[in-house]
Design a binder for this molecule. Sequence first.
Ligand code: SF4
Ligand code: SF4
Length: 88
Amino acid sequence: MPAKGYVEIDIEQCKGCNLCVLHCPTDCLALNTSEANSYGLHFAYLVDEEECIGCANCGVICPEGAITVFRKRKDAAGGGAAAQGQEI
Ligand code: SF4
Ligand code: SF4
């Protein structure tokens, strides 16, 4: 059963170092080059929610602790406890 994930990025904590982007195995993160946080830094964001597998690489590698990873399973039957998000 394939894993499905989601990440929340605290844009004020993000320093735009790009580490999470480089370490995402599915290339679903990017730096927002058109917007900046209050420090004037380009921040990372989730480009394609469907591609996130919840591997947590980004959350582990982020030196600022700016990323929270949620993981759930893609349940073919839908609904139920298996589809509930789990913060890791
Ligand atoms: S949890 Fe994994 S797949 Fe999802 S954005 Fe982070 S590094 Fe990419
Ligand atoms: S690793 Fe953390 S600080 Fe660096 S770009 Fe990603 S979210 Fe921002």
